[in-house]
Design a protein around this ligand. Structure first.
Ligand code: CDP
Length: 226
């Protein structure tokens, strides 16, 4: 059960560094966050994988995507292994995850785990939609990573094709637009840039340049705090 049954605080540090990375679908925030975590020697949590994991099990077990009670029970009993299941990255699972993610009881169930992870020494980079606004409103650094819809769809299309999935660019573009609209318009923890987040538009940046820009922003933020 995702370590949720551990005694709260048993491995928490007094001082940790929290980096919140939010942004729309396929904006490159996952790759960037993983690299930021490696650069600064921090833990990494892909919070989208939590919603995707609930969605994957729900799809497999034919649980309706609006059954709040069954889905929040699923969220409270997730096993660590499911978070690395390659099927999590399939487009249908992303779409189902976005439907499930609008349910308040599911979000609340996943909140404690995310916050506990955020405080685990020496600190954590978390990526998602509501990290800077809801999960870690006091994060040391907040980034909002975006790119044009076309560039995001192309990146996701290339990623899925390289994994051997038979997808079309048009379908991926439509799925991303649908998901962004749903994630931005929901009442529970919508996708929105936190007022104090730094905007990082990666439309014209490759991974290396995006990482350089993000490292600069994090170093600046750390310097102004000290
Ligand atoms: O990788 P990608 O940007 O395509 O999606 P993801 O980060 O894996 O998130 C999948 C879905 O989970 C999103 O479309 C959101 O609906 C939901 N999600 C969320 O609501 N809150 C988060 N903190 C993370 C993901």
């Amino acid at each position: 059960m995702l370590g949720l049954n551990k005694t709260q605080g048993e491995h928490l540090a007094d001082t940790t560094l929290t980096i919140a990375v939010d942004g729309p679908a396929a904006s490159g925030k996952g790759t960037l966050s993983r690299q930021l975590a490696a650069h600064f020697g921090l833990n990494y949590l892909d919070t989208g994988s939590l919603y995707r994991a609930v969605a994957l099990i729900a799809l497999n077990d034919n649980i309706p995507l609006d059954d709040e009670t069954a889905l929040s029970h699923l969220a409270s009993t997730l096993a660590d292994e499911v978070l690395s299941d390659p099927r999590l990255r399939e487009p249908g699972v992303g779409e189902a995850a976005s439907k499930i993610a609008s349910l308040i009881p599911v979000r609340e169930t996943l909140l404690a785990y995310q916050r506990e992870k955020a405080q685990t020494a020496p600190g954590t980079v978390l990526d998602g939609r509501d990290i800077g606004t809801v999960v870690c409103p006091n994060a040391d650094v907040k980034l909002f990573v975006t790119a044009s819809s076309e560039v995001r769809a192309k990146r996701r299309f290339d990623e899925l094709v390289s994994k051997g999935q038979g997808v079309t660019y048009a379908d991926i573009f439509a799925e991303i637009e649908r998901r962004d609209a749903r994630d931005s318009s929901r009442s529970a923890a919508p996708l929105i840039k936190a007022a104090d987040a730094h905007l990082l538009d990666t439309t014209n940046l490759d991974i290396e340049k995006a990482l350089d820009a993000a490292v600069l922003l994090v170093n600046e933020a750390i310097k102004t705090q000290n």
